[in-house]
Write a protein of this length. Sequence first.
Length: 675
Amino acid sequence: MWDRTKGDLLDLDRFERAGRVVIEHLRPEVDAGRFPVKRSVGQSVEVRVAMFADGHDRLAGVLRHRHVERDDWSETPLRPEPNDLWTAGFEVLEEGRYEYTVQGWVDPFATWRVDTRTKAEAGQDIAVELLQGAELVEGAAARAEGRDRAALEDRAETLRNPEVVSAQRLRVALSDELRRLVNRYPDRSHATRYARVLQVLVERERARFSAWYEFFPRSCTDDPSVHGTFRDCFDRLEYVADMGFDVVYLPPIHPIGHTNRKGPNNAPEAGPDDPGSPWAIGSEEGGHDAVHPELGSLDDFEVFLRRARELGMEVALDLAYQCSPDHPWVKEHPEWFLHRPDGTVQYAENPPKKYEDIYPIHFDTGDREALWEGLMGVVRFWIEQGVRIFRVDNPHTKAFPFWEWLIARVKRTHPDVLFLAEAFTGPRKMHRLAKLGFTQSYTYFTWRNTKAELTSYLTELFGGDGREYLRPNLWPNTPDILTEYLQTGGRPAFMARVTLAATAAASYGIYGPAFELCEATPREPGSEEYLHSEKYQIRVWNVDDPESIAPYIARLNGIRRENPALHDDWNLRFVDVDNEKLLAYVKATDDGSNIVLVVVNLDPYNVQSGWIDVPLAELGLDEGRSYQMHDLVSDARYLWYGRRNYVQVDPQSAPAHVFRLRRRVRTERDFDYYM
């Protein structure tokens, strides 16, 4: 016998309130609802949940959802699937946060309907069952209003009326019309609610689909001794727009410190005319809310922003929370920096590397509230200037709670602001930052070269649980990273890597003009640092070089825009090809109207060929019909038939095929064409 005097553990009322329906294993859900999943405007949230009860009663349930600024919930009926699984979905149409949860209940009417049909088909007397049905319909009528109430009362009367022949009463009882009416007014008095209300963070489309181009404004010059300005960058902006990029990312544009300024190639001492590293932020001319005078004024930057928008691009600013020794904060807020026992301020280190020109922020300061508000002020200032995208430098070296606080506060008033995490760090840290709110993240794609590495890693990125909150942004290079593959593979290597980045992922970026000019010389053997790195000196780039791969990149970006299949990450499927040097994958829209098949030669030196196994059934294609493969790079067209087809890729001409699959269509006049 239960002892009800011993608290909640044996509280009968608590068990009764739990309900008969069990709801568990709801997906998508991140860390038991601690963090939201992510979507962009126009996407859907497809929910799958396990829902079952004791006995053999039928169940019903709904997916409840709403924008957090709405009072009323919308409901979508759950659809049953095998093994007690149920599914439903809803579309997100606005930026901000949505909530969703699941509710389920025992459905006596559905149970009665099935049992009554079974007994009737077995020839049994169903007179009592019809009376039971009338009671259930009357219950629904009591919960209904208006015409529905009157209709339900009428049907209940019919079911009770012994003067109506049983066959007619049975037809009414089992009619789809009555089922729909009753289902509108279920008895939820004993419904089970999922234990948590979950959230979706919804951002604008550029959060999901974007092409980034990084360049240094100070290098928009024809003379390495003359510092480029924002106004000098107008031609460079047009050049970037002509290549089809939609985000222009600038390294820090703030005043650069003088103390311990670095010279060319990260030399420990700088000459009087050396510009220093833009990441050594702050001088007597200002800090994070100031513009480096040699780039121009704040008004000049606003003109730069306006010109980028006119060309269809946005400007992303680098958000680097660190200071040069000359930053105003060093004097105004010394408690924001870590002081060593000898009284000096701790500079940045990544042993054996030393960065004496940079002081990290000390997030364990006792003045945390003022520090956080000061850092928030930087973001708020640039938002007021019109910036809506920030690339965040090394966020994994700053306090996790700070990022969650900052991003949530920004999103509350400016849901269109996006944050890219430059977090080349351990996977758990990378994923944590994404959970905390970062819109996109750099990845390890930069160092994945072989077929096995790329297949495994991209499958993990786009197919694992992390895809619900981490949006990858693939970068073949950065100002810090010139990989061995690019150093040794020549022009074909650059073309292969940008093809992979631009077609495998919905978002990618390059650091240029170094990339399209195939800059491949490291500072020294075994280093990933560029020789004459633009981080420490002004570089003059001949963007009109006939060997540039800029036209190829422009074609790729045009292909991306024109093919919706390339706008998503989750639809990536690898395709078998019997050559380890060839990587093949397909991306298709949900309705199959747009199918893109990419074959990349990972060997930058030799022609590679093989037989590819096209997954025709998965793509909705008839094995007995031919189809056309239109190479969107070369504009060549090939007629393929069946699953297995031959491909050959010459890296010296083009290291990849980017095919659009076109189906054969027959017109009324029996004329075939491919679309």
